[in-house]
Design a protein around this ligand. Structure first.
Ligand SMILES: Nc1ncnc2c1ncn2[C@@H]1O[C@H](COP(=O)(O)OP(=O)(O)O)[C@@H](O)[C@H]1O
Ligand SMILES: O=P(O)(O)O[C@H]1O[C@H](CO)[C@@H](O[C@H]2O[C@H](CO)[C@@H](O)[C@H](O)[C@H]2O)[C@H](O)[C@H]1O
Length: 452
């Protein structure tokens, strides 16, 4: 390797890593950071030109566990004032920064993908060729994402998977399959990069079409809610939620066709719910007085003897994962719930899990909008609840009509409760001030049980 100061670099990364928004070990005490692999990506650089390094870091924790993270670095002797903002260390006479900030290095990644070359054991591949660009312009996609994405020339999105688990990421696997099926509800899939981590090919980067002029389902929901609280009708959300239900059903149809279907052991749903109760109660002690009632609720939801249908699903469907565009709804990010192990995320699951994710998301949006209202009897809260009920009904109707499947109420209720419990644990870990939002959802489900 021609870059200097690996030890110095490791030290700099040890301080930098835990401050990243995508670092998924908040609250755990880090023991050490090791560089597990380092690949130089620019092979014929002019003297003094930039270097790009793809690193896999292993963060180990005092509790004995470890996690792997991908870091793409740029190194330059001199940096432009713009790039200077991204610099977080000076090592061996080089400024070190996140390579995604450097358009020249992003262009190198694209051309390597386009060439279909291997660099060491990294496989750079594209599907159908990458659009030619005269000048690469890169802007980051901001937000609280688990990975890092940049928009390239308003035409493509390059995503760097941050936390790595050995294996092909379902975001790549499912997106590629939906592309082959010509599904209209996903952005065009343009390519991916895989490397080896403890054996199997492991997804590192993915490239897709940038869908222009979109509004996220979450932003659209908040806007619609604001309008409804100000007195507008719920006709807009009914129409758009129905179309979203139809789109999700079309995605499920193609996934079932490509990956096949199987059936679920109904006991596994109950078992998963019981663990979700425990995890939620551990994460949010305010739930402790309700633990017994929640376990009772789980038992009462005990799903019948039929073996529910299972197939590959999105796995973490919510309003933040869908975009409203000129060509209708587009579904993103097939990675599944980021905190679950990859082995669990690639298993067949009930399609009603995705449906439940979206039903919860309409409730989540309504509760978010009225989070500061203490009294559930206020007009705002009542209107927000009515909005959520309209949206959920329309979404379910759209899903059922396109899929030709009818919801089994017990199965659906079980997944809705499971998702709300998951959200309590997720928010407690990642954004504690939001935990009250899913908590009110869980408490409402408990209350509904009592009045039935
Ligand atoms: N192909 C795309 N076209 C337009 N916007 C996109 C596209 N892909 C991602 N985005 C935007 O980036 C955000 C994050 O993308 P996502 O795939 O959900 O990342 P993460 O895995 O980090 O959660 C999305 O919510 C959306 O606003
Ligand atoms: O988008 P990610 O894959 O990172 O999903 C995780 O984070 C989401 C929050 O960003 C979280 O979603 C929850 O909050 C959303 C509003 O911010 C809401 O639309 C969802 O319904 C709610 O579940 C998601 O659960 C988590 O896995």
């Amino acid at each position: 390797m021609t870059y200097p100061g690996m030890d110095e670099l490791r030290t700099a990364l040890t301080g930098w890593l835990p401050q990243r928004g995508w670092f998924a070990a908040n609250g755990r005490e880090m023991r050490d950071v090791r560089i597990r692999r380092a690949t130089e990506l620019v092979d014929r650089r002019p003297a003094g030109g930039p270097l790009a390094l793809l690193l896999v870091l292993e963060a180990s924790f005092t509790d004995g566990g470890a996690q792997h993270y991908q870091v793409l670095l740029g190194l330059r002797r001199t940096v432009s004032p713009e790039l200077r903002r991204a610099v977080f260390a000076e090592v061996g006479g080089h400024a070190v920064y996140d390579a995604l900030a450097d358009a020249e290095l992003v262009a190198v990644l694209l051309s390597t993908m386009d060439s279909g070359r291997d660099v060491d054991d990294l496989e750079f591949r594209s599907v159908g060729g990458i659009p030619e660009l005269s000048e690469v312009h890169v802007r980051p996609i901001s937000g609280e994402q688990s990975n890092s994405s940049v928009v390239i020339d308003e035409r493509m999105v390059l995503k760097v998977f941050r936390r790595l688990q050995p294996g092909v990421n379902p975001d790549v696997e499912l997106h590629r399959a939906l592309e082959r099926a010509r599904n209209p509800h996903v952005p065009r899939f343009l390519g991916a990069v895989h490397g080896r981590l403890d054996g199997p090919p492991t997804s590192l980067l993915t490239l897709q079409e940038f869908v222009p002029g979109t509004t996220s389902g979450w932003d659209a929901a908040l806007r619609s809610l604001a309008g409804h609280l100000a007195g507008e009708s719920t006709a807009d959300v009914a129409e758009s939620a129905r179309a979203l239900g139809e789109a999700v059903a079309a995605v499920h149809r193609d996934l079932a066709e490509v990956f096949g279907t199987s059936s679920l052991d109904p006991a596994s749903i109950t078992c998963e719910l019981k663990s979700a109760v425990e995890l939620a109660v551990d994460s949010a002690p305010v739930l402790a007085p309700h633990a017994a009632a929640l376990q009772e609720l789980v038992d009462s939801l005990a799903v019948g003897h039929d073996r529910p249908l299972a197939q590959r699903v999105h796995g973490d469907l919510h309003l933040g994962q869908v975009l409203r565009s000129e060509r209708g709804w587009v579904v993103l990010d097939f990675e599944g719930e980021p905190d679950r192990p990859l082995s669990a995320r690639v298993r067949h699951a009930s399609p009603w899990r995705d449906v439940a994710g979206m039903l919860r998301s309409y409730d989540y949006a309504a509760d978010h909008t009225t989070a500061s209202a203490d009294d559930p009897g206020t007009t705002a809260v009542r209107r927000a609840r009515a909005w959520a009920e309209t949206a959920k009904r329309a979404f379910l109707a759209g899903y059922e009509s396109t899929s030709g499947r009818r919801a089994d109420r017990a199965v659906l209720d079980a997944f809705v409760l499971g998702k709300a419990l998951y959200e309590v644990a997720y928010d407690a870990r990642h954004r504690p001030s939001w935990t009250t939002i899913p908590l009110s959802g869980v408490l409402r489900l408990l209350e509904a049980r009592h009045v039935r």
